[in-house]
Design a protein around this ligand. Structure first.
Ligand code: TXA
Ligand code: MG
Length: 330
C-alpha cells in the first residue's frame, strides 16, 4: 500500500500541523488519546475512513467511534437525551463513549457507522482533542492496531502493528488509561453497558443514580467489536492461573506470585500494589511484551472484577477465547 516506513513524530506543534494537513488531505493518522492510540480520519470523508479499514484489515461490519471536542460538536450530528447529556457533562473529555441516534442530514459518512442509525461518540483528552479543534471536524478513529490484535498504548506499538500500512504516527508517550473507552447506550432512561472500559461502571452508576444493564451472555453482538476472540496475542492465554506450567510466561497481579513463578519464561506484574487503574494502564503493553518473549502460553493470575478490573477481565477473556482457524483473528 505504501513504500516508505512510517514516520513517528513527537506530539509537538510541528506534528500538529502535519497531522492536520494529512487529515485535511484525506489521510489516516495514528494519534495518542488518553485511552489507547487511535487511527484517525476525517469522519465526513468516506475515502479517508476507508483507509482506516484498509490499514487495520478490519471486518467492515465494525462501526467506528466519532471523536469530538465537546457536546456542541457532537450535537451537529447526534441527538442527546437528557441522561446521555448528563453523562457527557460528567465524563467528557474522557474515556466514555455514548451511542446516540444520528440526526437527519448529518455529515458523518455511513462507513463510520456501518450504516446504523446510531453513532458512537466520545470527546478525548490531550493531543487528539487539540487536533480535532484545529481541524474543526469530528475524527473517526478505532484503536490503531491490526484487527483482532492488542490495542496500542505507545507509538512504537502502533508502528509495530501498522507501520507498513500507514505514514504518520504522533508520539504522545504511554497512554494514561491504557484500556479503551467504556461504551454505553441509553434506552428508555436505562443505561446499557456495551463495553466495559476506562471509566468504571461504578462511576457511571454514581452519576446516573441507577445500575447499568449488562449484556446477557450469549446475546447477539451489541457493540459489534465485541467479537469473542479479540485483542489476541500470538501466545495462548490461560486465565485465573493458580500455578505456572513449564515453559509458560506469567502476567501477575498483586504482591504475591503463584506457584512456579520463579521458573516462568518471563514475568511481568501489572500492579504490585493490586491497583486495577495501574494494571489497566499496563495491560496491553505487558501482553505484547510477554508475547514478544516467545512463550507459547501466558498464564495470568486472578484479577478482581471491581473498578477497572471489569474492563481488564473482559479484554483478557477475549484474548484467551478460542481463535478462528484461518487467517487473521477478529
Ligand atoms: O478508547 C477508545 O474507545 C479507542 C480510542 C481510539 O478512542 N477507540 C476504540 O475504537 O476502541 P474501536 O473501533 O476499537 O472500538 C469501537 C467500538 C466497537 O466495539 C464498535 O463496535 C463500537 O465501538 N461501536 C461503534 N459504533 C457503534 C454503534 N453505533 N452502536 C454500538 N456500538 C458501536
Ligand atoms: Mg479496537
Amino acid at each position: 500500500m505504501k513504500a516508505q516506513p512510517c514516520r513517528i513524530l513527537p506530539a509537538e506543534p510541528e506534528a500538529m500541523a502535519q497531522a492536520k494537513a494529512a487529515l485535511a488531505a484525506g489521510d489516516a493518522v495514528a494519534i495518542p488519546t488518553e485511552t489507547v492510540y487511535g487511527l484517525a480520519a476525517d469522519a465526513t470523508n468516506g475515502e479517508a475512513v476507508a483507509r482506516i479499514f484498509a490499514a487495520k484489515q478490519r471486518p467492515s461490519f465494525n462501526p467506528l467511534i466519532c471523536h469530538v471536542t465537546d457536546i456542541a460538536m457532537a450535537e451537529a450530528f447526534a441527538t442527546f437525551d437528557p441522561l446521555s447529556r448528563r453523562l457527557a457533562e460528567a465524563f467528557w473529555p474522557g474515556a466514555l463513549t455514548l451511542v446516540l441516534p444520528l440526526k437527519p442530514g448529518h455529515a458523518i459518512h455511513p462507513l463510520v457507522t456501518a450504516g446504523l442509525e446510531t453513532v458512537a461518540v466520545r470527546a478525548p483528552k490531550g493531543f487528539g482533542a487539540e487536533l480535532i479543534a484545529a481541524l474543526g471536524r469530528p475524527l473517526a478513529a478505532p484503536s490503531a492496531n491490526r484487527s483482532g490484535r492488542i490495542s496500542p498504548t505507545s507509538a512504537q506499538a502502533v508502528a509495530d502493528s501498522l507501520g507498513d500500512a500507514i505514514s504518520l504516527v504522533i508520539d504522545g508517550g504511554a497512554t494514561q488509561v491504557g484500556v479503551e473507552s467504556t461504551i454505553v447506550k441509553v434506552e428508555d432512561d436505562r443505561i446499557r453497558l456495551l463495553r466495559p472500559g476506562g471509566v468504571a461502571a461504578e462511576a457511571i452508576e454514581a452519576v446516573a443514580g441507577q445500575t447499568l444493564l449488562r449484556a446477557e451472555t450469549g446475546a447477539a453482538i451489541q457493540a459489534p467489536g465485541m467479537l469473542a476472540s479479540h485483542y489476541a496475542p500470538t501466545a495462548r492465554m490461560r486465565l485465573d492461573a493458580d500455578r505456572v506450567e513449564p515453559g509458560e510466561a506469567l502476567l501477575g497481579f498483586g504482591p504475591k506470585r503463584i506457584e512456579g513463578a520463579d521458573k516462568a519464561a518471563a514475568v511481568l506484574v501489572l500492579s504490585q500494589a493490586g491497583d486495577t487503574v495501574e494494571a489497566a494502564a499496563k495491560l496491553f503493553d505487558y501482553m505484547a511484551r510477554l508475547d514478544a518473549n516467545g512463550a507459547a502460553c501466558i498464564a495470568v493470575e486472578p484479577i478482581p472484577h471491581d473498578g477497572l478490573g471489569e474492563a481488564i477481565n473482559d479484554r483478557l477473556a477475549r484474548a484467551a477465547a478460542p481463535r478462528p482457524e484461518t487467517g487473521e483473528k477478529g
